[in-house]
Design a protein around this ligand. Structure first.
Ligand code: DX5
Ligand code: ZN
Length: 217
């Protein structure tokens, strides 16, 4: 199996110097940039909006995954598409008309990701799987970086990988929260495609070495 894609989260970067954070990601061997958007309603924290994404877009050629931890993500999809996100990932718990939102994201020429919090079962998104480009399995309760992983959530990632094989779906499976050099092997075992890492990446003195560890190289 291929090594997973690594998506460092700028949540753990220095917000006063995002360009430097982006440069560290660009030079690390990571392939994606993970953008944690929080609204202080869906999650108990507030981060940044589309202007931040538009401003940092010229600083990286990597794939941008906007992880919208916001209610009514349908009202934000267009703004993040215009800002230069490649994947627009929303929470199934935060909207009613998820299928319509996937259609909207696709009509904007972007990839659509669905995310589930630890208490949401895979069965809840089963009908949407044929339409998804990415499924982001939260392995912590969203809202903060640097939390401890809830390892049971990896079972859902593994199920999603198996379901894709059985049913010939094409989404990528991503895990987000508490991934570090010690826990990455659980993600490898589950067969995930994308590993998000915030605290582990930005806390590492040698970013390239951390990316290798997260990849299991
Ligand atoms: C949590 C965010 C994560 C977070 C991961 O709400 O969705 O992307 O940045 O951070 P770490 O890797 O520090 O757990
Ligand atoms: Zn995230």
């Amino acid at each position: 199996m291929d090594k997973p894609i690594i998506a460092p989260s700028v949540l753990s970067a220095d917000f006063a110097d995002m360009a430097a954070g982006l440069a560290e990601i660009n030079n690390s061997g990571a392939e994606w940039v993970h953008l944690d958007v929080m609204d202080a309603k869906f999650v108990p924290n507030l981060t940044f909006g589309p202007k931040m994404v538009a401003d940092i877009r010229p600083h990286s050629k990597l794939i941008f995954d906007a992880h919208l931890m916001t209610y009514e993500p349908e009202n934000l999809a267009e703004l993040f598409a215009e800002a230069g996100a490649d994947y627009i990932t929303f929470h199934i718990e935060a909207t009613v008309h998820s299928h319509r939102l996937i259609q909207k994201i696709h009509s904007l020429g972007k990839k659509a990701g669905i995310s589930i919090v630890p208490s949401t079962p895979v069965s809840y998104i089963e009908e949407l799987l044929p339409f998804a480009d990415l499924v982001l399995v939260m392995t912590v309760n969203p809202g903060y970086g640097g939390q401890q992983m809830i390892p049971q959530c990896l079972d859902k990632a593994e199920r999603l990988v198996k379901l894709r094989e059985e049913r010939n779906y094409s989404y990528l499976v991503s895990v987000d929260g508490g991934l570090n050099a010690e826990t990455a092997h659980l993600a490898h075992k589950a067969g995930v495609d994308v590993i998000v890492a915030g605290a582990a990446f930005f806390g590492a003195p040698d970013k390239a070495a951390m990316v290798k560890k997260l990849k299991g190289a």
